[in-house]
Design a protein around this ligand. Structure first.
Ligand code: SF4
Length: 755
């Protein structure tokens, strides 16, 4: 186990993690008056059951409360079934896994039993859209429906990751010693300083004018790493303190998976110290969009050290010491040494594009042990200088902790032989060649010159793009970690999503997540997929690996778009393929084309919604969490079966591990993961009872390979065809192809696919 290994290796670091910002359990109640918190008139911190006056059946059934109050009410049997299963799980303290397709109305199906349970419940979701829907739409609606007289209303809070909130201490420190670069930062600073005086939440979302990638915000956010916790002079008025207090007094706490697992990782590292973390104890956690859990958990139970983290530490130390007039010559020297050693160490790490495995760490240390040790010495040197300060301002203790964490985490990343961890490197930004860096050539005295000439990681490379290097350690199998830290500790966990089952079962998901004991439920769809969607599988295209595939695929897409009159998402499994197809379609189709990367995702989506007959070309970020209802989206075309890239270091390590245990990684990991992704991608098309349209998979391995059966049997019962003329007919008619001969042929196709 990686953390056990770390505990052995880095006892001090683990101990230090437990002293990360500690927030009080109970604070004096203060009036918030904020839209991020709906207040309860109850003065206790224990939620009480509400809405129990009627049965779930009477709530959801025709003629019940929901039908009387919801303007677009329709009875959904699956919704009632799901609510009943969740109520049972919460009452009997069991775990439950539910696949509920689009249209089930699953948010009400879990919110109603959560409210009725009388337990404090966390609802964790994958996307901001869903959090906002819950907080601004569904919960207020249920409050009105379940608590009509307004007495004993719900207390609900919506929490985001700490880096969404302003740290008042950092802002005031910056005000005392403004170090701003450029007019843009000065303007941003003015806006933030004025906003800080009035904001009740400190949530940057209130500052619409602040650019997403503001470098200034990075210096002012309330991340745990820089927080002084209770020792901060502004602790009582801190936005994070407020947020924690709200959570303590809430019945329902809405978070995202990142915040949930970041919090769980802190609690685990501190061995569940009572005040560790920011989320309070709860009676149940409901994970919506639960298909994302393995990835997110893997990120937070891992370790990541980058040149940026070292630079941030050096910058924070320098400005704090300057502000406190403590920046002595030895400290300036220690900071200079740290920056140089860091730059050198990260520049000599193995080269590669994007994400790649760091398998030869032993050899690397043999060759580059000097650079690694020098960075360790520089971190210790800085600590020694900080320890020597006669009077230490409070933040110096956080610097000491951060320097020590960096040292022990670097030690783990370079030295650990933990079997359940994959070690890898990620380079973001413009490639940096060690061959062009004389420091990599062991020429004495050449290092400083090299830095001046070529820069290193974190420097602004030619073209203005920063290049940063991340050393990463990720658990290969999160199942044992989740089993011990989550499922064995929680009374009830409910996992739900539209895409959790493979071939109608949950074996894959349960295995990947370590969910051993759980009830299972796969709900029938509320949509009539056989009538609403036609799935076209062209049998004549070359294998996607073949060189002719791009050209033939682009030609087929062109033809399909002519039939659908644009109004399509074309989703790709790689940027390269997306760009190749885009180039071939340019000037060849008469519909407006939108390309991922040309504008932020939400801007592209908005343009797509507003532009008649638009075609949007996108990759992974458009495969899920995107909702376009109506005719504007009439087709979803997917280039190939979305197998995870086997060369990705984490995917490769997981496959190796399954094979080494005697399993078959392709069938046990790659195929089921691709099934879930394909279901997500196709799920973009039918978003309401009135939607109707075409699904296309250009990869006919689904018809030709044995594993294709798993995909076919996992998809909803879309009507399927291998003939273009059926597609044309589908778009000519209002009700889709229905003639007897075609239906017979479709039956043939379907039987062939299943066989
Ligand atoms: S407690 Fe102080 S240092 Fe920590 S986030 Fe709040 S204001 Fe910033």
């Amino acid at each position: 186990m990686m953390m056990n290994q770390m505990a052995r290796f880095l006892p001090a670091a683990v101990k230090d993690l437990s002293s990360m910002p500690l927030l009080p359990r109970l604070l004096a109640r203060r009036q918030l008056g904020t839209e991020y918190y709906r207040d309860s008139v109850s003065s206790t911190s224990q939620p009480s059951p509400r809405g129990r006056e009627t049965s779930l059946h009477n709530f959801f059934a025709p003629g019940g409360m929901l039908s009387a109050r919801h303007p677009a009410y329709e009875f959904r049997h699956g919704q009632l079934q799901m609510a009943q299963a969740i109520e049972e799980a919460l009452t009997e303290r069991r775990h439950l896994i539910v696949e509920a397709g689009t249209g089930t109305g699953k948010t009400l199906a879990y919110l109603v039993p959560a409210i009725r349970s009388g337990k404090r419940v966390i609802i964790s979701t994958g996307t901001k859209n869903l959090q906002e829907q819950l907080f601004y739409k569904d919960i207020p609606f249920l409050e009105r429906a379940l608590i009509p007289r307004g007495e004993c209303k719900l207390a609900v809070c919506y929490m985001k990751g700490r880096d969404n909130y302003l740290c008042r201490k950092r802002l005031y420190d910056l005000t005392a010693q403004p170090v701003l670069s450029g007019l843009e930062e000065i303007e941003q600073y003015r806006a933030i300083a004025a906003w800080e005086k009035t904001t009740p939440t400190g949530d940057r979302a209130e500052l619409a004018s602040l650019p997403e990638a503001s470098a200034l915000w990075h210096k002012l956010d309330a991340r745990a790493e820089t927080c002084l916790g209770r020792k901060c002079s502004l602790f009582e008025t801190c936005f994070i303190t407020e947020m924690h207090r709200r959570a303590m007094e809430s019945d329902i706490i809405i978070v995202n998976h990142h915040l949930f697992f970041a919090d769980l990782a802190i609690k685990r590292a501190s061995e569940y110290a009572p005040d560790a973390g920011i989320l309070p104890e709860v009676g149940a956690v409901i994970f919506d969009e639960a298909h994302e859990l393995e990835d997110v958990a893997g990120r937070y139970f891992g370790v990541s050290v980058s040149n940026l983290r070292v630079e941030d530490l050096a910058r924070d130390v320098e400005s704090a010491l300057q502000r406190n007039k403590l920046l002595s010559t030895p400290l300036t020297g220690a900071l200079k040494s740290l920056r140089e050693r860091s730059q050198l160490f990260f520049s000599v790490l193995p080269q590669g594009e994007g994400r790649f495995a760091f398998e030869n760490r032993r050899d690397f240390l043999e060759e580059r042990g000097d650079e690694f040790n020098a960075l360790g010495r520089a971190l210790r040197g800085l600590r020694a200088q900080l320890e020597n300060l006669p009077a230490k301002p409070e933040e110096v203790f956080t610097f000491l902790r951060r320097a020590q964490e960096l040292e022990v985490q670097l030690g783990f990343l370079m030295d650990s032989d933990d079997k359940n961890t994959v070690f890898w490197i990620e380079r973001r930004g413009r490639a940096f060649s060690p061959r062009s860096h004389p420091s990599a050539m062991h020429r004495p005295g050449s290092r400083e010159k090299a830095k001046e000439k070529t820069g290193g990681p974190g420097s602004i490379a030619e073209g203005g793009e920063r290049q940063n290097v991340f050393l990463q350690a990720t658990p290969i199998d999160v199942a044992p970690i989740l089993k011990n830290t989550l499922f064995e500790k929680l009374e009830s966990a409910v996992l739900t999503s539209a895409t959790l089952a493979v071939e109608g079962g949950f074996q894959y998901m349960r295995q990947r997540l370590g969910l051993e004991h759980a009830r299972e439920l796969v709900l029938p769809s509320h949509f009539d997929y056989a009538q609403q969607a036609l799935l076209y599988l062209p049998p004549d295209l070359p294998d996607p690996q073949a060189p002719q595939f791009v050209e033939k695929a682009a030609a087929r897409i062109r033809r399909l778009l002519a039939i659908t009159r644009g109004r399509a998402f074309v989703l790709f499994t790689s940027y390269a393929l997306m760009h190749q197809v885009h180039e071939r379609l340019l000037g060849e189709i008469e519909f407006p084309m939108l390309l991922q990367g040309k504008a932020p995702k939400n801007v592209l989506l908005q343009e797509f919604r507003l532009t008649p007959n638009a075609v949007l070309l996108g990759t992974s970020s458009f495969w899920q969490g995107v909702d376009v209802q109506g005719e504007q989206l009439s087709a979803v075309i997917i280039d190939r079966l979305p197998f995870a890239v086997p060369s990705d270091p984490v995917v490769a390590a997981r496959m190796r591990s399954i094979n080494a245990d005697g399993g078959n990684a392709f069938y046990q990991y790659q195929v089921p993961a691709a099934v879930i992704t394909l279901k997500q991608g196709f799920g973009r098309l039918i978003r309401s009872l009135h939607d109707r349209g075409l699904l296309v998979l250009l990869d006919n391995r689904i018809l030709k390979k044995a594993y294709g059966r798993v995909f076919v049997e996992s998809l909803p019962d879309y009507r399927r065809t291998t003939e273009l003329r059926v597609v044309e007919e589908f778009f000519r008619t209002q009700t889709g192809p229905g003639s007897e001969p075609e239906d017979q042929r479709l039956g043939e196709t379907s039987r062939k696919m299943r066989g």
